[in-house]
Ligand binder design. Structure first.
Ligand code: NAP
Length: 249
C-alpha cells in the first residue's frame, strides 16, 4: 500500500495509534501540522481516530506482532515519504516468568523488539536531514522488574538500540530519540493503585518527548522529575541493590 502525497504537510507514521500514548501522539502531531498515518490492529478504532483528526489522515490496520503486519508497514514506509516515525506500539504481560505462557513472551519480543527494529530500519534507510525517529521505551529499561522480566528486557533493548542509532546519526541531521515514560494512565495500564503524583497522562509523555526531540541533543528523554530520579538512581546504585528494591516493590 502506498499513500500518495495528499498535501504539503510532513507525514508522521505512529504505531499503536488507536489508544493510549500512541493516540495522544497522533492527536498532537495532527494539531502540530503533520499528516498522520495511524497504525494498529483495530481498523474501526483507527477510522474513528483519523476521521476526528480531520481531512487527509490515513490508517493502516496491521498486527505488528506478525511478519505480515511488519512487512506491510515497512512497505508503506518504503513507498511513502515519512518524515517522522513514532514506534509506540508495545505490549506488556505481568506475572511470574514461568507461568506466563511462552506465546505472550514471544509476542512481546515480536512487537516491542522485532517490529520496532524492522520499522526503524525501513525508515532510517530513507531518512533525510530534518527527519526524526522516536522510539517509545520505558523507565524499566533502566531497571528490570521481576514480574515484568521480558517486558523490561524488551525496553532495555529499545533504549540501547535507540542510543546507538542516535550516536550513529548525530551529525547527519536526522534526529533519534527514545522516550522512557514511567507509569502512564492508559486504558491497558490505568495504574489506579499507584500514587496519583507518580502517574502521568499520555499528553504529558507526548509533550516531553516532542520537546526533547526538537532539542535533539540527547538520545533519551525521561518524562517527570520522579522518573528521572529513578533512572538516575538505577544507573548509580549497585545493580544488586536496584534489583532487590524492585523485587520488594
Ligand atoms: N502505559 C504505561 O504506563 C507505559 C509506561 C512506559 C512505557 N509504555 C510504553 O508506551 C507504549 C504505549 O503504551 P500504552 O499504555 O499507551 O498502550 P495501550 O494503551 O495498550 O495502547 C497500545 C496501542 O498499540 C496497539 N497495539 C497493540 N498490539 C499491537 C499489535 N500487535 N500490532 C499493532 N498495534 C498494536 C493498540 O491497538 P490495537 O489493539 O488496535 O492493535 C493500541 O493502539 C508501549 O510501547 C508501552 O510499552 C507505557
Amino acid at each position: 500500500m502506498t499513500i500518495p502525497p495528499a498535501d504539503q504537510r510532513p507525514t508522521a507514521l505512529v504505531t499503536g495509534a488507536g489508544a493510549g500514548i500512541g493516540r495522544a501522539f497522533a492527536r498532537r502531531l495532527a494539531q502540530d501540522g503533520y499528516r498522520v498515518i495511524a497504525v494498529a490492529r483495530d481498523p474501526d478504532r483507527l477510522r474513528t481516530l483519523t476521521a476526528r483528526l480531520g481531512p487527509g489522515h490515513e490508517h493502516l490496520a496491521a498486527d505488528l506482532a506478525t511478519g505480515d503486519g511488519v512487512r506491510r508497514t515497512a512497505e508503506l514506509i518504503a513507498g511513502t515519504r515519512v518524515h517522522l516515525l513514532v514506534n509506540n506500539a508495545g505490549t506488556a504481560a505481568t506475572g511470574p516468568f514461568t507461568t506466563t505462557p511462552l506465546e505472550r513472551a514471544q509476542e512481546m519480543l515480536q512487537l516491542n523488539c522485532h517490529a520496532l527494529t524492522a520499522l526503524s530500519h525501513a525508515f532510517l534507510a530513507r531518512a533525510r536531514p530534518g527527519d526524526a525517529l522516536l522510539n517509545v521505551s520505558s523507565t524499566l529499561a533502566y531497571a528490570p522488574k521481576p514480574d515484568l522480566a521480558v517486558y523490561s528486557a524488551t525496553k532495555a533493548y529499545t533504549t540501547s538500540l535507540t542510543e546507538a542509532l542516535w550516536a550513529a546519526h548525530r551529525t547527519s541531521g536526522i534526529r533519534v530519540l527514545a522516550v522512557c515514560p514511567g507509569m502512564t494512565a492508559t486504558d491497558s495500564q490505568p495504574h489506579r493503585d499507584a500514587p496519583a503524583a507518580l502517574v502521568h497522562t499520555p499528553d504529558q509523555v507526548v509533550t516531553a518527548a516532542l520537546r526533547a526531540l526538537r532539542r535533539g541533543d540527547r538520545p533519551t528523554a525521561v518524562p517527570g522529575a520522579a522518573n528521572r530520579l529513578f533512572a538516575l538512581a538505577a544507573r548509580i546504585l549497585p545493580r544488586r541493590r536496584t534489583l532487590s528494591a524492585l523485587a520488594r516493590d
